[in-house]
Design a protein around this ligand. Structure first.
Ligand code: PLP
Length: 409
C-alpha cells in the first residue's frame, strides 16, 4: 500500500463505521517515541497533546511496554471476583503518593472514576447526614466526563443540553468565588467537587487561597471535598497531585489519564473512613483493576518518580510560559497565557484556534484547540527546551502569516 492509501482507506472506514463524535484531524499516527509521533508517511510530529494529557512519560516508554508484555503473556483478565497480581500493589503505591491513609477503587476511565466518586459521596451523605443529603456542588466551566452523572456534574450547559434530563442533585458556582460556594452548600449537600486547575474548560487554575477556603468550608459544614485530578494528576503541574501546592488534602480524589501512561484505567481514592462507606455490591466494574493495566500503572509511577518528571514539568512549564508571554507582547495575537507546570493554554485575540492548530499540525506540531479562542499545550513531561523552541517558532510564523497549511498534515 502506498503512502496516503492507508490514510485514505482508514478515513473512509471511519466515516462509514465509526460514530461521528469527533471531528478528527486529517492525520494518522502509527508510532510514537517520547515527544515524537510518526504519521503513516513517516513524517515526524512533536506532540503537545500527549493523548489529552494521558502519556506523561512520553510515547512507548520501555518500562511500561515491558510491564505490559510481561503481564499479557501471563494473565490478562479474570475480573474483580478474584485476587490478582498488581492491583493491590498499585493501590498501595497511589496511597503512598497521596500521603495519608486511604483506599482505592479502580475504574477504566476518568468519567467512571467521577461516577464512582459521586456514588461514594451520595452513599456517605445518606449514611452520615440523612436521606436528602445527596447534592453535589461543582464549578461553572468544569469538566468531569461524558457519562450522565459526570455530565450533570460538568459545568458546561452546551455539552448538556442535548441530553436532558440529566440526573438530579448538581449545582454549579463560579470558580474562585468563596461567597457563592458558601451560599450553594446547603443541608442537602454531601460534597463539593472541583478540578484544582480546570482543564477542558480552558486551563483556569483555582486561586492559591481558594482551595484552602473550600477545605475549611467543607470541614465546617461536614461536606466532602472531591478533587478531580484526572487531568492534573501524575506530576502534570509539578507535584504528584496538584492539590499539594495548595496545602489541602481532599477527602476523595479522582484519577485516570496518565495513571498507566495511556492504557485505559481510572481510580477513585478516598480517605479510609469515607472509603469504608462502600460495601460489597455497592459498586463494581468487570475490567477495572485488571492485572494488565495495573502492571502498567506500577511501571508508570516508578518511572515518573525515577525520572524526576515533576521537576522537569515545573522548569519546562516556566520556560514555555516565558516564551509565550514574549510572543504575546511581540505579536499582540495572544491576549492571555495561563497554566501551571506543563498544563498551559493561550487565549488568542482572534477566534481562529482551530485554524491555528490545523496549520501547526501541517508544520508537524500537535496542539489542541479548545473553543474558538483557546490553544492548549499538554506535552509529555519529558518535553525539553529545543521542542518548546520549535513550537514557538511555528507559532510565531503561524500567527504572523495570514494563511497557509494544507488539508493533510
Ligand atoms: C478533569 C477531568 N475529569 C474527568 C475527565 C473524563 O475522563 P475520561 O475522558 O477518561 O472519561 C476528564 C477528561 O478530560 C477530565 O479532564
Amino acid at each position: 500500500m502506498s503512502v496516503g492509501d492507508l490514510f485514505e482507506r482508514t478515513a473512509a472506514l471511519d466515516a462509514r463505521f465509526v460514530m461521528g463524535t469527533y471531528a478528527r484531524k486529517p492525520v494518522m499516527f502509527v508510532r510514537g517515541e517520547g515527544m515524537r509521533l510518526f504519521d503513516d508517511g513517516g513524517k515526524v510530529h512533536l506532540d503537545f497533546v500527549a493523548g489529552i494529557g494521558a502519556v506523561n512519560l512520553g510515547h512507548s516508554h520501555p518500562a511500561v511496554s515491558m510491564a505490559v508484555v510481561d503481564q499479557i503473556s501471563k494473565l490478562t483478565h479474570v475480573s474483580n471476583l478474584f485476587y490478582v497480581e498488581h492491583r493491590d500493589e498499585l493501590a498501595r503505591d497511589l496511597v503512598v503518593l497521596f500521603g495519608e491513609p486511604a483506599k482505592v477503587f479502580f475504574s477504566n476511565s476518568g468519567a467512571e472514576a467521577v461516577e464512582g466518586a459521586i456514588k461514594l459521596a451520595r452513599r456517605w451523605g445518606k449514611a452520615h447526614r440523612g436521606e436528602r443529603c445527596f447534592h453535589i456542588v461543582t464549578a461553572e466551566r468544569s469538566f468531569h466526563g461524558r457519562t450522565l452523572a459526570a455530565l450533570a456534574a460538568t459545568g458546561q450547559p452546551s455539552k448538556q443540553e442535548a441530553f436532558q434530563p440529566l440526573p438530579d442533585g448538581f449545582s454549579h458556582v463560579p470558580l474562585n468565588d468563596v461567597a457563592a460556594l458558601e451560599n450553594a452548600v446547603t443541608a442537602e449537600t454531601c460534597a463539593v467537587m472541583l478540578e484544582p486547575i480546570q482543564g477542558e474548560g480552558g486551563v483556569y487554575p483555582c486561586d492559591p487561597d481558594y482551595l484552602p477556603a473550600v477545605r475549611r468550608l467543607c470541614d465546617e459544614r461536614d461536606v466532602l471535598l472531591i478533587l478531580d485530578e484526572v487531568q492534573t494528576g501524575f506530576y502534570r503541574t509539578g507535584p504528584a497531585f496538584a492539590h499539594t501546592a495548595y496545602g489541602v488534602l481532599p477527602d476523595v480524589m479522582t484519577l485516570a489519564k496518565s495513571l498507566a501512561n495511556g492504557l485505559p484505567i481510572g481510580a477513585v481514592l478516598a480517605r479510609g473512613d469515607v472509603a469504608d462507606t462502600f460495601q460489597p455490591g455497592d459498586h463494581g466494574s468487570t475490567f477495572g483493576g485488571g492485572p494488565l493495566v495495573c502492571a502498567a500503572g506500577r511501571a508508570c509511577l516508578r518511572a515518573l518518580a525515577a525520572e524526576h518528571l515533576g521537576e522537569n514539568s515545573v522548569a519546562m512549564g516556566a520556560y514555555l510560559r516565558e516564551r509565550l508571554h514574549a510572543l504575546a507582547a511581540e505579536t499582540g495575537a495572544v491576549t492571555q497565557v495561563r497554566g501551571v507546570g506543563l498544563m498551559n493554554a493561550v487565549e488568542l485575540a482572534a477566534p481562529d484556534a482551530q485554524q491555528v492548530s490545523s496549520r501547526l499540525l501541517a508544520k508537524g506540531l500537535v496542539v489542541n484547540a479548545i473553543g474558538p479562542h483557546i490553544l492548549r499545550m499538554l506535552p509529555p513531561l519529558v518535553c525539553e527546551k529545543p521542542e518548546i523552541d520549535t513550537l514557538l517558532d511555528a507559532l510565531y510564523e503561524t500567527l504572523q502569516s495570514p494563511d497557509g497549511g494544507g488539508d493533510r498534515a
